[in-house]
Design a protein around this ligand. Structure first.
Ligand code: FPP
Length: 224
């Protein structure tokens, strides 16, 4: 079965590279290539929302060399893919704290969102400088400033994912089985799928297998 909203924790780029005696940067580059193909495949299969964890708030304390490599990849990604997304009818949204990112990246992200805003076929959310707890705290502070008690819907509208349905399926590659501060509020009833494969090795066929497995789940949302 095809989830309406698919979220992916793209873990294992570094280990994939290490196993091949390559620098971590090569793993991230391979991860970016895989990410492009995988998200296109997901939209072709009928997924409406794809949310990808590209950089967490915690990842921002990695060594400068690795961060510079990731920032360069983001620049390359937006430069080379924005028009492609426009052509595919995919709207781009960025989730995260932009104050934590270099100014030029904030600007190209803003341009990317503006250029793709008319996309009707699907929405690609890139979580960059994203932390679930930080997102919740930001929403709470907005609510406090507004000075009134909120409903779940009103609270959801203060999150980066405002207006989007919650993820139906969350895939984490790279063997680890944890949420790592990703979409803490949104994943309340999300189905989880873990793969031992490192992200650059997680193929489109692997994604199809995850969808099949998702189809076998019985979602009860706490009811009987
Ligand atoms: C975690 O695996 C992955 C990341 C911190 C970066 C994810 C980035 C990409 C997939 C590519 C670039 C993204 C965009 C939006 C262009 P890790 O490298 O920490 O793996 P490890 O646990 O094996 O070290």
């Amino acid at each position: 079965m095809i989830p309406r909203h698919l979220a992916v924790i793209m873990d294992g780029n570094g280990r994939w590279a290490k196993k091949r005696l390559l620098p971590r940067s090569a793993g991230h580059y391979a991860g970016m290539k895989r990410m492009i193909s995988l998200s296109e495949h997901a939209f072709e299969r009928g997924v409406e929302y794809v949310t990808l964890y590209a950089l967490s708030t915690e990842n921002l304390s990695r060594p400068k060399e690795e961060l510079d490599c990731l920032f360069d990849l983001f620049r390359k990604y937006f430069r080379e893919n924005t028009e492609r997304l426009v052509g595919q009818g995919i709207r781009l949204r960025i989730a995260g704290d932009r104050d934590l990112l270099p100014n030029d990246i904030v600007e190209i992200m803003r341009e990317g969102e503006a250029r793709t805003a008319g996309g009707k076929r699907g929405t690609l959310v890139l979580a960059i400088g994203y932390g679930g707890r930080q997102e919740l705290l930001r929403a709470v502070n907005l609510a406090v400033t507004a000075g009134k008690q909120l409903t779940e819907e009103e609270f959801s509208s203060l999150l980066y994912t405002a207006g989007m349905p919650a993820p139906d399926l969350l895939i984490r590659t790279g063997k680890e089985k944890r949420l790592s501060n990703f979409l803490l509020w949104q994943c309340a009833y999300t189905e989880f799928y873990f793969s031992d494969k490192m992200f650059p090795a997680f193929t489109n066929a692997d994604l199809d297998r995850a969808f099949e497995n998702f189809g076998e789940r019985e979602r009860r949302y706490g009811k009987v």
